[in-house]
Ligand binder design. Structure first.
Ligand SMILES: [Zn+2]
Length: 315
């Protein structure tokens, strides 16, 4: 009979492989340590690969964070495309044309379906067999059930993306390197993860518990450390996009309303154009705003970061 002790393992740094580390955070039986060499923070000890699924119960998928994304406050479901405006802009910004995209942690394929409707050739990898079955029945998508390690493909991709996935994987270094191999020259990798430097985490225990999400989150990324790592595994340009702190965002929204600077964003306009019988060619490529408000929010958010960040790395 296996004991709890057999279901956890002590590991070296999952980015650089160094074994020397210092305790960074502790919550009950779980600890996060900081690598003495690359400064990456990771859960150590952590559940073994075979024990990990037992930490993903139905409650996990039913909690507030997942509900908010897909349902309005009154409980009515959001239109699927509306939930992914920023992601569509991530994928299509800097791309001259639609191409081939691979999503890691594709879940039920809802985002891939949005991209497919916009004219992309879509591929996905997802560890949950239930989610892969739903992708087939709900979205008519064939998604590889498993992890990147067992995904065989000779295809080269224009975009590899992963949203709130990399913090869950046991082998983030491998995922970064393999993503570089799977991309065409000039292709881009999009990674969105929680930000360990989140300003709210310094004073809010609730935010810390949500963001560290122990033991499901295996890695706790800092934008500069992940950016440096990506440059070391074959990416030439790395852009960091900070998600604003909710209070900073509130202030900017207020100022925007006051001086009437807030206009529909580029991705919103692009998605608005996707109506009726529009074909993929008629749907414009989404562009992220680079106006003065956007730049100001980015600048302030690099000092007062919100709970997540997105990295776009170009091969
Ligand atoms: Zn390290």
């Amino acid at each position: 009979m296996s004991t709890q002790a057999e279901n956890i393992e002590f590991v070296p740094c999952n980015l650089c492989g160094a074994s020397s580390s210092t305790t960074y955070y502790k919550d009950g039986k779980w600890s996060i340590v900081k690598c003495d060499v690359c400064q990456h923070t990771y859960t150590n000890p952590r559940p073994t690969a075979s024990a990990l699924p037992s930490y993903y119960t139905e409650d996990y998928f039913q909690d507030e964070r997942h509900k908010k994304k897909f349902y309005h406050v009154d409980g009515s479901p959001k239109a699927v495309a509306d939930s992914y405006l920023n992601r569509v802009a991530d994928v299509e910004n800097f791309c001259e044309a639609r191409g081939r995209v691979l999503e890691l942690g594709a879940a039920r394929g809802a985002f891939l379906k949005v991209l497919q409707d916009r004219g992309w050739e879509v591929h996905g990898v997802e560890i949950s067999a239930d989610a892969v079955a739903l992708a087939k029945t709900q979205n008519n998508l064939q998604i590889h059930c498993g992890v990147l390690e067992d995904y065989q493909s000779d295809l080269k991709f224009d975009v590899v993306c992963m949203y709130q996935t990399l913090e869950h994987v046991l082998t983030p270094d491998y995922v970064c390197r393999r993503s570089a191999e799977l991309l065409k020259q000039g292709g881009k990798l999009i990674i969105e993860v929680p930000n360990r430097n989140c300003f709210e985490m310094k004073w809010s225990k609730r935010r810390r518990v949500l963001s560290y999400d122990l033991p499901r989150h295996i890695s706790h990324f800092s934008p500069d450390i992940l950016a440096k790592h990506l440059k070391g595994v074959g990416f030439s340009k790395v852009h960091i996009y900070y998600y604003p702190d909710k209070y900073v965002l509130g202030v900017f929204n207020f100022i925007g309303r006051m001086i009437n600077l807030v206009r529909p964003s580029a991705p919103a306009q692009a998605a608005n154009a996707q109506t009726g019988t529009a074909t993929a060619k008629q749907i414009p490529m989404a562009r992220i705003s680079s106006g003065i408000m956007h730049r100001a929010v980015q600048r302030i958010s690099s000092f007062i970061p919100g709970w997540r960040f997105t990295i776009i790395a170009v091969k």
